[in-house]
Design a protein around this ligand. Structure first.
Ligand code: ATR
Length: 280
């Protein structure tokens, strides 16, 4: 039976085995999918051993996404821009690297949440791995603007610089600012995406509510209890709040498609997962 895996550290929390098992059931695919805790200094050897044993592909989560990008023998333009990879596909000696995080976010926003990005003003908060994984696919939706704001301005500047060619090609005003820049605080955005890890620090919000638009989208890439505070805050200020659970399911669907050539149904899987998480 074809075998897939998710590698991370920690990994116990991962919902990927459950999601892929449901995708396989619902699309009539026969496969197995495990989660594996990888020692912090053992990523490359673990992946090579899995490949040698006949594994067909893997997902990669924190903190190995950068190492995965370096390990791939071939990778997509998305991986080159993000400098991070969450999906590897083994094909003979070839290890193809893809990053499905941003594709998953875009599908969730545009299709599941009916939030078209074309022509919109977007505020992307954060310039770490999560923000890097989504900026390219967000630009490809041709919003009017994407302003990337980060506590450490230099990281936002580097991220925007790396995407300058794509932004120009897509006609997007893409700029970097510090979190407290007057230009950012002085306006509201139709779509606000929290890709910072502020939600891990209970009670902290990275930006003031003035950046939110009434009925605009406010999405935290986290899910479960971590996303609750941001979502309650966004709702209280009239925005439409969304967590990262849909992105999680949609990025998994993109990996599944890359490996199997079959698009699994995501809506029932997302609904079931939400119910499962609510039950604790
Ligand atoms: P991840 O892979 O989750 O993106 P990361 O690469 O460590 O993790 O990046 C964390 C991001 O959250 C960074 O943009 C970080 O800002 P700095 O670059 O200034 O460190 C941001 N961040 C973390 N805690 C934050 C907070 N309390 N308020 C605002 N931004 C925060």
């Amino acid at each position: 039976m074809d075998s897939y895996c998710v590698f991370g550290h920690p990994i116990e929390h991962s919902k990927s085995p459950w999601i892929h098992a449901r995708f396989a059931q619902l699309s009539g695919q026969t496969l197995q999918y495990h989660k594996t805790l990888v020692p912090l200094d053992g990523f490359a050897s673990t992946v090579h051993a899995y490949h040698a044993q006949g594994g067909k592909g893997c997902n990669v989560t924190l903190p190995f996404k950068t190492e995965a990008a370096a390990l791939a023998t071939r990778c997509s333009p998305r991986v080159r821009l993000a400098q991070a990879c969450n999906t590897l596909k083994f094909d003979g000696e070839d290890i193809f690297g893809e990053n499905t995080d941003g594709l998953g976010l875009v599908t969730d926003l545009v299709h599941n949440a009916a939030c078209r990005l074309q022509g919109k003003s977007v505020l992307l908060i954060g310039a770490g791995g999560a923000a890097a994984g989504v900026l390219g696919p967000l630009l490809s939706e041709k919003p009017r603007s994407i302003w990337v704001v980060n506590r450490t301005l230099d990281k936002a500047t580097q991220l925007v610089h790396r995407h300058a060619e794509l932004a120009l090609a897509e006609g997007v005003d893409c700029q970097a600012f510090g979190l407290q820049h007057d230009a950012v605080l002085g306006q509201s955005f139709e779509v606000v995406i929290n890709a910072s890890s502020s939600s891990l620090h209970q009670g902290e919000l990275p930006v003031p509510a003035s950046v939110l638009s009434p009925h605009g989208m406010a999405c935290d890439l986290m899910y479960g209890p971590a996303a609750q505070h941001f979502m309650q805050w966004a709702t209280a200020h009239g925005a439409v709040a969304r967590d990262g659970l849909g992105m999680l399911v949609e990025q998994a669907a993109e990996s599944f498609y890359l490996w199997r050539g079959v698009r699994p149904p995501t809506a029932p899987v997302l609904a079931e997962l939400r119910t499962l998480l609510a039950q604790g």
